[in-house]
Design a protein around this ligand. Structure first.
Ligand SMILES: Cc1cc2nc3c(=O)[nH]c(=O)nc-3n(C[C@H](O)[C@H](O)[C@H](O)COP(=O)(O)O)c2cc1C
Length: 484
């Protein structure tokens, strides 16, 4: 894979011996020519810090958050998902590219973001996304009466209780099957986002084709029941993604870096995306000659039984595993799928994300040839400077080079909430809360519990509504007394 090319045999020769630190610290040059200083990638994570009405990059917060990541010695940073359509967000607070983003005032914010993120020499690419049917009313600018979009009109199902049904109906409703005009508009929006990233000075972009959002809705037979050019066969389910790759590449040739994040499956049982079809999707991406690396992940916002979701309440490892030639560590959640990609002898690098915590676990995944790049998500929130401070730091021996052992506290509270739609999403709120702390110049608080974060969110919501109302009243009073 990538530099590695073929399946890598275990490192047994003394001359070839590479330590775990050597393996993760080795630079990698992508097909577009972009040189990554090492193999550690900060995963895309929604920062939830942008504000209405335009959701432009919140520089006053990113100055703190992205500065931390830029100084952390990652090989690559991937931003949290940036929405390409201001009407449809998966959560309030994502950054958005919209038709006015190219105005000098907004472009200046984008340029500042790119410059903060890349100030210390680590390149940064922008993840572009559309939530499709996973777009709750009130998150983006879509009016309540406007339906969310989906390849076919397949509603989300998250739980069976009447409360779940009521919550889903109120929040997501039944999505509208996209017309060909909707699809053309969506392509235009993604291309605009990719060009915006380039013009702002980012090193490239990544298309979010995982986790049950719009692009993965097109890739899955569960949500794509179309019979036109965009669905009906595995080949046609890829039409939208292929079109996006071609149109973005036409506008943004190398050295622009273009990546795609894909799932190893959609966890929707026999009617969902099967592994063989997912592998064929990867095969096209790695051989099309237009993509620089593919990120492999798992999990589905609709299906809570996937490995990633299950891992939220689980305590992470407290001891680094030993790297042995005979036993592979397999720390990553989706290693089995990555091994199947390895058998394809991918000519481009593969990033594996999910579950990595220890230097030895990461080095073992690279050494065994299953991937070239290691994605770090939650660890990059808890300890934003983990690479520089620990993983690449020679002061820590292999036994001690790992992210902090951690479990999100207060899972009982999430379990008590009768609507799974709400309860199931609470553990991830812990990480949003901590990114907001980092954005405010504070450090992450590993001890914040789910009930604390829940009530804090309510309080913050109330506080900003009260402040906005007071501001309006003061302005109105000043206007009537002629003070403005
Ligand atoms: C708070 C949070 C926000 C996330 N947002 C995104 C996102 O915007 N785009 C994306 O592709 N994945 C997103 N993810 C998934 C991560 O990129 C990554 O795949 C996942 O956290 C697994 O890695 P980990 O075990 O190192 O956390 C998010 C994860 C978390 C915890």
């Amino acid at each position: 894979m990538g530099d590695a090319g073929n399946i890598v045999e275990p490192n047994t020769s003394k001359d070839n011996f590479k330590s775990a630190t050597d393996l993760i610290a080795e630079p990698l040059t992508l097909p577009c020519g972009l040189r990554l200083p090492n193999r550690l990638v900060k995963c895309p994570m929604q920062e939830t810090l942008a504000e209405p009405p335009n959701f432009d990059p919140p520089i006053h917060k990113f100055k703190n958050l992205y500065k931390k990541w830029s100084q952390a010695q990652y090989g690559l940073l991937i931003t949290g998902q940036v929405q390409v359509d201001i009407r449809f967000f998966s959560i309030a607070g994502d950054v958005c590219t919209h038709p006015d983003s190219t105005s000098p005032e907004i472009m200046a914010k984008w340029k500042e973001w790119a410059s903060i993120a890349q100030a210390d020499g680590t390149p940064c690419i922008v993840q572009l996304a559309h939530p499709g049917r996973m777009s709750p009313a009130g998150a983006g600018n879509r009016p309540k009466e406007m339906q969310a979009l989906c390849p076919s009109s397949v509603p989300v199902k998250l739980g069976d209780t009447w409360l779940d049904k009521l919550a889903l109906d109120t929040l997501l409703g039944t999505p509208k099957e996209m017309t060909l005009e909707d699809i053309d508009q969506t392509v235009e929006n993604f291309v605009r986002g990719a060009v915006m990233a380039r013009d702002a000075g980012f090193a490239g972009s990544q298309l979010h084709g995982a986790h049950g959002f719009l692009l993965s809705q097109f890739l899955s037979p569960h949500t794509n029941r179309r019979t036109d050019d965009y669905g009906g066969t595995p080949e046609k389910r890829m039409t939208l993604l292929k079109r996006l790759v071609r149109e973005i590449r036409a506008r943004c040739p190398p050295p622009y870096c273009l990546s795609v994040k894909l799932n190893s499956g959609d966890y929707m049982g026999t009617e969902g995306l099967q592994q063989q079809e997912a592998l064929e999707q990867v095969r096209w991406l790695v051989t099309c000659g237009m993509i620089d690396f593919v990120e492999i992940s798992g999990g589905n916002a609709e299906q809570k039984t996937s490995k990633l979701h299950n891992s939220f309440p689980t305590k992470t490892i407290s001891q680094a595993p030993k790297m042995l030639e005979s036993t592979r560590i397999r720390e990553g959640f989706f290693t089995e799928f990555a091994e199947k990609i390895q058998a394809m002898k991918s000519p481009i690098p593969i990033q594996l994300s999910g579950g990595f915590r220890s230097r030895t676990g990461m080095a073992d995944a690279i050494d065994s040839g299953v991937c070239d790049l290691i994605g770090l998500g939650r660890a990059a929130v808890l300890e934003p400077e983990l690479p520089r401070k620990v993983l690449l730091n020679a002061d820590f021996d292999d036994d001690h080079a790992l992210g902090m052992s951690h479990k999100v506290r207060g899972q009982w509270f999430a379990n008590m909430i009768p609507a799974k739609v709400v309860g199931g999403s609470l553990p991830i709120e812990f990480f949003y809360y901590n990114m907001r702390r980092l954005g405010s110049g504070l450090v992450s608080d590993p001890n914040a519990s789910i009930p604390f974060v829940f009530f804090n969110n309510i309080w913050e919501g109330l506080r900003s509504s009260i402040l906005a109302a007071l501001q309006r009243l003061t302005l109105a009073r000043a206007a009537t007394t002629g003070q403005t």
